[in-house]
Design a protein around this ligand. Sequence first.
Ligand code: SAH
Length: 202
Amino acid sequence: MKKKHLAMALSRLKGFPNPKPELEQYRTPGNVAAELLWLAHSLGDIEGKVIADLGAGTGVLSIGACLLGAEKVYAVEIDENALKTARENARSLSIDCIEFINADVSEFSGRVDTVIMNPPFGSQVKHADRPFLIKAFEVSDVVYSIHLAKPEVRTFIESFVRDFGFSITHRVTLPFEIPAQFFFHRKKLERVPVDVYRFERV
Ligand code: SAH
C-alpha cells in the first residue's frame, strides 16, 4: 500500500455522528493520519507491533495501523458513540486486529510497543492533552502524537517530554483541516498547522 492510498482509504471512513465540542472530537484527516502512520511504519514501529490508540474516536489511526500490519491495536475511547462508529469503520474494511476499550485514557493499563494518538488539542478544556501524554509515557517507550504547531505549545511539549525522560526524535508540520462542525467555528473549513511528533524514551 502507498501513503496516498492509505490517506484515501482513511479519508473515506465515517466521521463523528454527533461531535462533542467538550471532548474536541475532530476526526484526524486522512492526510495527517497517513503521515503519522507512514513515519511510524518506516521506522519499524507498526508492523508486528502491539499498539495503543489513545482517544481513538472514529478509529482512523487504529484502522490505519492494522492496514500497515500491526499485530494488535487497543483503541481506547471515552465516548461510546464514537466507538460505535469506529467499530463500523473497522468492519467496513474487514479489520479484526482492534480491541475496543470504552474508558478514560487514564484507566488504560498494560505495556505496548507503540502509542499513536491525536489527543484533544486543549483548546476547549485547558491542558486536556496532558493525561494523554502522561498515559502514553507510562505504557510505551515510543509515542506518536499530534499537537498544534504554535510556539507556546512547542515550548510546553519540549519541556513536558523532557521531564518524563523522553526526547523528540521527529517533528513534521502539516495542515490539519477541521470542518465547521461546531457553533464557534465561523469559517466553512478551518485549516490549522499541526506538528506530528515522535517521542522516544531516552
Ligand atoms: N483520532 C480520532 C479522534 C481524535 S479527537 C479520530 O480521528 O477520530 C480526540 C478523541 O479523544 C475524541 O474522540 C474524544 O472523545 C476522546 N477523548 C477525550 N478525552 C478523553 C479521555 N479522557 N479518555 C478517552 N478518550 C478521550
